[in-house]
Design a protein around this ligand. Structure first.
Ligand code: ATP
Ligand code: MG
Length: 341
């Protein structure tokens, strides 16, 4: 329902041109939480600003329910923009207005009648969990509460899409989790499509269904969160996945652990969803004349189900180890053989 085709933005500076967004194409389904991750300067903010045309693209299309937003003239654009809400890292609230007045603001601009406006604001205050704080000013709120005001305000005109640009980056880990839970709640209750920009992989892991990885304006990888976590392809993606998996840092030690041992191999096994992990290990040692030692393991939850990583050391004749790898692969488990010097 939101289809981005060949979207590019070049900033022309005095001495050089910057290709902030470079030929990006992404299709986002209705009701999906779509994450965009990348390091600083990758073009993430420019990308979301192109979606609601806070920035005009150099080329490409942004089709919202079939309508190309990049072609709209001012009046019509203002109207269509109401279908896209946005929240920001530093909340962008009006400091001289109360919580209630901040949330009412977009409704005033849209010319919503008074009674309807009041009902809507009260409904939103309930939704984001700010009951009792209506008369507070932003300066009297915690970061998490400020972002709740930001979210309520963004939802005032019933948008179909919510853009979140680093919406939790100014918050502590616990508050981040609360706000992410709220976003999931809203996503499910309102069938709201959410595009979430972040540089933190755990944010993607916790709430996104799909993810795109951006680097130098380009999308270098995109797909289901679970697939990307289990089989990251691009170098940048691998680095992001490592942020989350303390085990990845131990890889080197594991590889060293192997040095000089011909009869031993370390395998990294990925279990997705409900694959029978215990059974596989015992089957391997029963069926083949090898010994399997579990070195390390972890389980990571995602929106689309959990995946587990297990490092095992296999001791035995090389051809038996090879058979073990094939057997594991055949049982639906991803297997990676660690480098052997
Ligand atoms: N208005 C502008 N004029 C010129 N260059 C810009 C402008 N806005 C962004 N850029 C450049 O475009 C590139 C992408 O910037 P952008 O802010 O989109 O990155 P980002 O991924 O959001 O980074 P961060 O994680 O730091 O927020 C950068 O090189 C930046 O300097
Ligand atoms: Mg940014």
């Amino acid at each position: 329902m939101l289809s981005i085709k060949g979207l590019s933005k070049q900033f022309k500076l005095k001495h050089q041109n910057v290709m902030a967004v470079d030929d990006v194409s992404i299709d986002i389904n209705k009701g999906e939480i779509y994450g965009v991750i990348g390091y600083s300067g990758a073009g993430k903010s420019t990308f979301v600003r192109l979606i609601n045309r806070l920035e005009d693209p150099s080329s490409g299309e942004v089709l919202l329910n079939g309508q190309d937003l990049t072609k709209l003239k001012q009046g019509k654009l203002r109207q269509e923009r109401q279908k896209i809400g946005m929240i920001f890292q530093h909340f962008n609230l009006l400091w001289s207005r109360t919580v209630y007045e901040n949330i009412a603001f977009p409704l005033e601009i849209a010319g919503t009648p008074k009674q309807e406006r009041e009902d809507k604001v009260n409904e939103l205050i309930d939704l984001v969990g700010l009951k009792g704080r209506e008369k507070s000013y932003p300066s009297q709120l915690s970061g998490g509460q400020k972002q709740r005001v930001g979210i309520a305000r963004a939802l005032a005109n019933d948008p179909g899409v919510l853009l979140c640009d680093e919406a939790t980056s100014a918050l502590d880990p616990e508050t981040t989790d609360d706000i992410l839970d709220l976003l999931v709640d809203i996503n499910e209750k309102l069938q709201l499509t959410i595009i979430l920009i972040t540089h933190e992989m755990h944010v993607i892991q916790k709430i996104c269904h799909r993810v795109a990885v951006m680097e130098q304006g380009k999308v270098v990888e995109q797909g289901d969160v679970l697939d990307v976590f289990v089989k990251p392809q691009a170098k940048t993606t691998k680095r992001f996945v490592q942020q989350l998996s303390p085990l990845e840092h131990q890889r080197e030690h594991l590889e060293q652990f192997l040095n000089g041992r011909d009869d031993s191999q370390v395998l990294k096994l990925h279990f997705i969803g409900g694959h029978a992990k215990k059974a596989l290990i015992s089957e391997l040692s029963k069926k083949l004349d090898i010994e399997v030692n579990i070195l390390q393991g972890s389980i990571s939850p995602t929106q689309e189900g959990a995946y587990g990583t297990l490092y095992v050391e296999v001791n035995g004749a090389p051809d038996l180890i090879e058979q073990a790898v094939e057997y594991a692969k055949g049982s639906g488990v991803e297997v990676e053989v660690l480098k052997h010097d």
